[in-house]
Write a protein that binds this ligand. Sequence first.
Ligand SMILES: Nc1ncnc2c1ncn2[C@@H]1O[C@H](COP(=O)(O)OP(=O)(O)OP(=O)(O)O)[C@@H](O)[C@H]1O
Length: 230
Amino acid sequence: MIILRLEHVTKIYQTTSEQIFALNQINLNVRKGQFIGILGPSGSGKTTLLQIMGMLEQPTEGKVWIDGQDTSQLSEREITALRHEKISFVFQQYQLLPSLTVIENVLLPVMTFKKDKHLIERAEFFIDRVGLSHRRNHPPAKLSGGEQQRLAIARALMNDPDIILADEPTGNLDQETTTKIMDYFKEIHEMEKKTIVMVTHNLELTDYMEQTYWMRNGTIENDRKLKVSE
Ligand SMILES: Nc1ncnc2c1ncn2[C@@H]1O[C@H](COP(=O)(O)OP(=O)(O)OP(=O)(O)O)[C@@H](O)[C@H]1O
């Protein structure tokens, strides 16, 4: 089953002096439960692609289908609701709220700090899952980079998304911490059957991925140099 489909997606950024074709006629199908990697040089369009997949940006041309829904037909409000229901993000810079504690950051996607026992238990479950129970009431600034990214992964699981979009999630981490974080992604992929799309520069991470694509100047191709599952 196709969970994410891009059809002739083009994204043009208009600056005062030029038009930048960040994406040029991208066609891509992601199957439910797949773990795919997007690789390519700086400026090739990887982040733009991920943002369009997550409906944070709209394509200039073309369509994005999420779980069978043509998102071009949706209002802003419907897009927000669909994103909340189906998608979570993990970023290179973690994007945690510094004034909140670990547990409050995990509760943020469900927008509650009230004493909803079920949600608090759920947040505690994911905090435990990423090995941060002892840090429950600490602010993110007290955590290491790897711990902050584990917290971001716990937060990403809170709304039980079908799709996790990760943009260079290990870009700020050393090799050992990178392996730990990738093991969490592997576990989420295998045990929770989440679909994961990960942008990375790190060729070594492709061992974790079932399929990889290579981007160049806003176009995408199956990476034949790397492992392809089909
Ligand atoms: N908001 C914007 N306005 C104008 N141009 C933009 C904007 N966002 C991205 N671009 C341009 O679009 C192209 C693709 O950028 P994008 O960030 O998607 O590449 P990337 O492959 O993720 O790069 P990196 O690996 O360096 O993060 C680049 O030429 C970039 O300068």
